[in-house]
Ligand binder design. Structure first.
Ligand code: AMP
Ligand code: ZN
Ligand code: FE
Ligand code: FE
Length: 279
C-alpha cells in the first residue's frame, strides 16, 4: 500500500523543518507522496519539489489559506496549484504584507509592555514571507525576554492577551476561486477544529473540491462524520498530519497516512478540469 501526507508545514511558514529535512523524514516514514501546505505561501514548494524528485517521491504543490466566511475562520487548502500563477502570487503577496505588518503591531504592543524586542529580530529569525505568532514567540525566547514558547502565548500572544493582534483573512469564497484559477483544487482543512460545519454548504456552492477528513486532531468519530459529509456533497477526501516540525512537541509527519487512491482521485479531478478548460 502507498500512503501520502497532504498537510505539512516548513520554515517557510511556522514549521521548524527546511523542505529538505521534511522530505527526508517523509521518506524515512515510508510515505510515497507529500504536499507542502505552508500558510499563505508557496515559497517552499520549489525546494520541496526538488528534494522529492531526488528521492523519487511524489510532490504536490500546496498552500493553506487563512480564510473566513461569516466571521468563522476556516483554513482552505489548495493543491496542484501552478506556483507561478500571477494572480495567486499577487494575492499571497498582499496577505504576506499584512502578516508582516501584524508582526510590527505585535512587537509595538510588546514594546509598550516594556519588552525590548525589535521587529527586525523577528523577521531575521522567521526568514520567510509568511511570518506569524510562533516567530514572535521564538524571538522572545531567543532574546531571553521570556523563558519558553508556551509562556509567550499564555502571557502575550494568545487571543485576548495584550500583544494579540487579529489576523486579516481572505474571504473563503474568494480563496476557492483563487485556487481554481491557479489550476488547483480547494479543500476545507481540519473541519473538526474550527466548528465550521455550518459553512460547508456555502463552500460547496462556491465549488469546494474536497474536505480533510483525516487530521491529527480528528477523532475516529470525527473522521467518520466528515467521510459521510464528503459523500453527501460529493467531495474528495484528503488527510494530513499538519506537522509543524518541533514547534509542537514531536514531529507529526507520518501519523496520518492517507491511502493513495485518494491522491489518485484528486489527480483525476485536476486532469478532468484541465481538459474541460482546454475544450
Ligand atoms: P498565527 O498564524 O500567527 O495566528 O499563528 C498561529 C500559529 O501559532 C499556529 O501554528 C498555532 O499552532 C500556534 N499557536 C497558537 N496558539 C498557541 C499556543 N498557545 N502555544 C503555542 N503555539 C500556539
Ligand atoms: Zn501553522
Ligand atoms: Fe490550519
Ligand atoms: Fe496547517
Amino acid at each position: 500500500m502507498k500512503f501520502a501526507d497532504l498537510h505539512l508545514h516548513t520554515q517557510f511558514s511556522d514549521g521548524t523543518f527546511t523542505p529538505e529535512e521534511l522530505v527526508l523524514r517523509a521518506q524515512n516514514t515510508g510515505l510515497a507522496g507529500i504536499a507542502l501546505t505552508d500558510h499563505d505561501t508557496v515559497e517552499g514548494c520549489a525546494r520541496a519539489a526538488a528534494a522529492c524528485a531526488a528521492g523519487q517521491m511524489e510532490f504536490i504543490v500546496g498552500t493553506e489559506l487563512t480564510a473566513e466566511h461569516e466571521d468563522i475562520e476556516v483554513h482552505i487548502l489548495g493543491y496542484f496549484l501552478d506556483p507561478q500563477n500571477r494572480r495567486l502570487l499577487e494575492r499571497l503577496a498582499q496577505f504576506q504584507a499584512v502578516r508582516q505588518n501584524r508582526i510590527r503591531e505585535m512587537v509595538a504592543a510588546l514594546n509598550r509592555l516594556g519588552l525590548a524586542l525589535r521587529a527586525e529580530t523577528v523577521f531575521a529569525l522567521a526568514n520567510c514571507k509568511s511570518p506569524g505568532r510562533p516567530h514572535v514567540a521564538r524571538a522572545l525566547v531567543k532574546e531571553k525576554l521570556i523563558s519558553n514558547l508556551d509562556e509567550a502565548f499564555e502571557r502575550y500572544l494568545k487571543k485576548g492577551r495584550p500583544a494579540w493582534v487579529p489576523k486579516c483573512k481572505m474571504s473563503a469564497l474568494e480563496s476557492v476561486e483563487l485556487i481554481h484559477q491557479a489550476g488547483g483544487l480547494a479543500v476545507m482543512a481540519h473541519p473538526g477544529l474550527n466548528r465550521t460545519d455550518d459553512i460547508i454548504p456555502a463552500l460547496v456552492a462556491a465549488g469546494l473540491d474536497g474536505i480533510e477528513c483525516f487530521h491529527t486532531k480528528h477523532s475516529t468519530v470525527m473522521a467518520e462524520r466528515y467521510l459521510e459529509i464528503a459523500e453527501k456533497y460529493h467531495l474528495l477526501v484528503t488527510g494530513g498530519s499538519d506537522c509543524h516540525g518541533f514547534s509542537k512537541k514531536a514531529p507529526l509527519i507520518g501519523t496520518i497516512r492517507l491511502p493513495y487512491d485518494h491522491v489518485e482521485k484528486l489527480k483525476a479531478k485536476v486532469a478532468e478540469r484541465k481538459s474541460k478548460n482546454r475544450g
